[in-house]
Every structure is written in structure tokens, then in C-alpha cells.
Design a protein around this ligand. Structure first.
Ligand SMILES: Cc1cc2nc3c(=O)[nH]c(=O)nc-3n(C[C@H](O)[C@H](O)[C@H](O)COP(=O)(O)O)c2cc1C
Ligand SMILES: O=C(O)C(=O)c1ccccc1
Length: 370
């Protein structure tokens, strides 16, 4: 499948992009990506949270040279917009994560590979060489599998572990329940499992159905608690980021437990509904953490002005989820690159017109709530 991408044919607004992706994807696949939990109150709040915040711009500040680079955990990236871990990307495009990881590599931002990706860690590593890559971990019920995957990521040169903590069970996703749609059951997320020696050793039967059945039994781990974080710290030299923090007390515990960073996120409104929008959760967490570790952010970022607002509130960088998945649906690797380029360009314009020429100066922007 090749898609001609030029300024005219590639959708620019998020709404147009979502429409175009809908036409490219299966009904079940599109419903899975687009939807949120329950009646999507939080999915909507994520977007409304940004709309309530207004930038108060400054003038006459020489914005001829804009520096968008950010340094996180001692590594500098050219832009503060990263790709969120999204599982099962072959559901969206035949080249799945390979296309997204190559797009991230072309732009120079980290690619965060999901535990439930359609390619294994080793395949993504082989397809992208030395570009920055992080591994998102879903703690397996079989702990040997957890540590084996972490070890494989470390061996493959991945630079961080992102432990997602808001998915100890699947949220109540009405769209998927109504459509009886489960991409895991269809086998879209099994690559890291069927290539894992600890996982395969624990199976009596290596047939596809047995792999999928065991994956379904391993993926959610409601027992997860801070002792597992302590154990993970012992098992890896890589920095650990905790994804899915919304309460300042949990941010405080993250610092006390020695994690290297947190990602403020409500999983794009896909897990628990009726909860605080991610952008409303950000300020008190930044205050609590007080610069001890980097605070990153996702959920609801739809354009460059949102990037600027999140960074103004103290996030060091942001991740986008659905926007890049829709870019992948519409144009594969080129589509994801185009999405990243558009985000970067709009972020640059927003910074410039607000009178800010360095990302590190964004927290000095005045924001008001309307
Ligand atoms: C289709 C889909 C699959 C996802 N899979 C994962 C995953 O495997 N691991 C994870 O930590 N987060 C996963 N997420 C959540 C994203 O990492 C991110 O938190 C969310 O998409 C951000 O919100 P946004 O879509 O509004 O940008 C997924 C999100 C979507 C839309
Ligand atoms: O769909 C998701 O949001 C997600 O994170 C997930 C969790 C478990 C298995 C597959 C995807």
C-alpha cells in the first residue's frame, strides 16, 4: 500500500485525520483506537482541559532562533514530542511498529515499544539500528517473563523501561464490548511473548492458540504494588519511568521509591472513566516533585498549542498516542513523520508567537484558566 502524501492530500486537523483513518481501518480496529472507557467522560475532559487554559503571549522578544531541544535523563532530543507506547499497531497498518519506530528515528525522538507490540523487541532493534528506543512494560503474572523481557530490552540497547501502572485490568470499554472486539485474542500483540524464552518455556503446547491464551492470562496483574518497582530496580540498570500517575501522593511515592521519571497520564481516557483530565492533574504533581525527577505527560495532546501548555505547566516532554496512530493508518511511516513534523511546526510557531525561544523557558509563560 503506498499513499501519496502531499500538502493537499494529507489531513491537517485532528478531526480530518481521524476521519481519514476511519476510512482506512476496520470498524473494530478504528473503534478500539478511538474510544475511551465507559461513557468517555475523561476522553472528552482531556481535550476540554486544554481548551480551558489560555496562553498570555509576550511580544518584542526576538524569536528569530527557536531551540526546541530537551534534555531528559542526560540525553538530548531535538524536539519535546515523543510517540506514546501503543500496542498492536499492525491493527492499524501492515507495517505497524516498524513504520512508527522508523518515523521516530527519522525525527530523532524516542520510540516507546509496547509489551503487546506486533513486532518483537529484536525485530524493531534490527529494523531501526541505533535510534533511541524505550521499552514499555506490562508486568506479567509470570515474573520470569517480566524480567526476561526487561533483559531483552536491555540487551537490545533500549534506553529506558516505562512501567505502565494504570492497566492492572482493562477499563470498561463499551465500544469494544458491543463489537465483541479484542485485538489480543486475534493475536495482534503476541510478538514479544512468542519470542520470549521464559514465556515459551512455561508453555506445554506452542500452538498459536496456546500462546494467545497464555498471553491473555499474563497481561494483567492486579497484585502490582511498590514492591514490584523495588524489584524491577534491582533487576535492571536502565532508568525506570512510571506511566499513569495522576495523584500527587503517588508522585511523591515515585520519588521516594527511587524511580527516574514519571509520566502523568490517564491512558488517553481508556482505563478509568470519570477521573481527572491529565492536564488538570499535572500542576500539583510538578509542584510535589519539585524538580527531583523529570515529569513527562500524555493524554489529550492534539496540537502544538497543547504541547506548549503542557510544557508551560512543567512537563519536560509530551507523548502523542492517537494522533500518530491515525497518521500511521493514513500513510504508514511517512504518515507518522508528517504528524510529528506538523506537531513540531505548530509548537514552534506557538512558542514564537508567545515570545518564547527556548523550550526550557516555557514554564515562564503565563497561562490563565477561562
Ligand atoms: C490503541 C491504543 C493502544 C494503547 N496501548 C498501550 C500500551 O500497550 N501500553 C501503554 O502503556 N499504553 C498504551 N496506550 C496508551 C498510550 O500510551 C497513551 O497513554 C494515550 O494514547 C495518550 O492519549 P492520546 O491518545 O489522547 O494521545 C494505548 C493507546 C491507544 C490509543
Ligand atoms: O488498549 C490499551 O490502551 C492498552 O494499553 C492495552 C492493554 C493491554 C493489552 C493491550 C492493550
Amino acid at each position: 500500500m503506498s499513499v501519496e502524501l502531499n500538502a493537499k492530500s494529507f489531513p491537517v486537523s485532528f478531526a480530518a485525520l481521524e476521519q481519514e483513518a476511519k476510512m482506512k481501518m476496520s470498524e473494530g480496529g478504528y473503534g478500539y483506537v478511538r474510544s475511551g472507557a465507559s461513557h468517555e467522560e475523561t476522553l472528552q475532559k482531556n481535550a476540554q482541559g486544554f481548551e480551558k487554559l489560555s496562553i498570555v503571549p509576550r511580544m518584542l522578544r526576538d524569536v528569530a532562533d527557536v531551540d526546541m531541544s530537551v534534555t531528559i535523563g542526560g540525553r538530548t532530543y531535538p524536539f519535546p514530542v515523543f510517540l506514546a507506547p501503543v500496542g498492536m499497531q499492525k491493527l492499524t497498518h501492515e507495517e505497524g511498529e516498524l513504520a512508527s519506530a522508523r518515523a521516530a528515528a527519522a525525527i530523532g525522538v524516542p520510540f516507546v515499544q509496547s509489551t503487546v507490540s506486533s513486532y518483537s523487541i529484536e525485530e524493531i532493534k534490527a529494523g531501526t539500528n541505533s535510534s533511541p528506543k524505550w521499552f514499555q512494560l506490562y508486568w506479567s503474572r509470570n515474573e520470569q517473563v517480566t524480567f526476561s523481557m526487561v533483559n531483552r530490552a536491555e540487551q537490545a540497547g533500549y534506553e529506558a523501561i516505562v512501567l505502565t501502572v494504570d492497566t492492572v485490568m482493562t477499563g470498561w470499554r463499551e465500544t469494544d464490548i458491543a463489537a465483541d472486539f479484542s485485538p489480543l485474542k486475534l493475536g495482534f500483540g503476541k510478538a514479544n511473548y512468542e519470542n520470549d524464552p521464559a514465556f515459551m518455556a512455561a508453555l506445554d503446547n506452542h500452538e498459536n492458540e496456546a500462546v494467545i491464551q497464555s498471553l491473555l492470562e499474563n497481561i494483567h496483574y492486579p497484585n502490582l504494588n511498590w514492591s514490584h518497582v523495588a524489584e524491577l530496580k534491582k533487576r535492571t540498570k536502565l532508568p525506570i519511568y512510571i506511566k499513569g500517575i495522576l495523584h500527587p501522593e503517588d508522585a511523591k511515592l515515585a520519588v521516594e521509591n527511587g524511580v527516574d521519571g514519571i509520566i502523568v497520564s490517564n491512558h488517553g481516557g481508556r482505563q478509568l472513566d470519570g477521573i481527572i483530565s491529565a492536564i488538570d492533574a499535572l500542576p500539583s504533581i510538578v509542584t510535589e516533585v519539585d524538580g527531583a525527577i523529570p515529569v513527562l505527560f500524555d493524554s489529550g495532546i492534539r496540537r502544538g498549542t497543547d504541547v506548549v501548555k503542557a510544557l508551560a505547566l512543567g512537563a519536560k516532554a509530551v507523548f502523542i498516542g492517537r494522533p500518530f496512530i491515525y497518521g500511521l493508518a493514513v500513510g504508514g511511516q511517512t504518515g507518522v513523520e508528517k504528524i510529528l513534523e506538523n506537531f513540531i511546526e505548530e509548537t514552534k510557531i506557538t512558542m514564537s508567537l508567545a515570545g518564547i525561544s527556548k523550550v526550557c523557558d516555557l514554564p515562564s509563560i503565563k497561562l490563565i484558566r477561562e
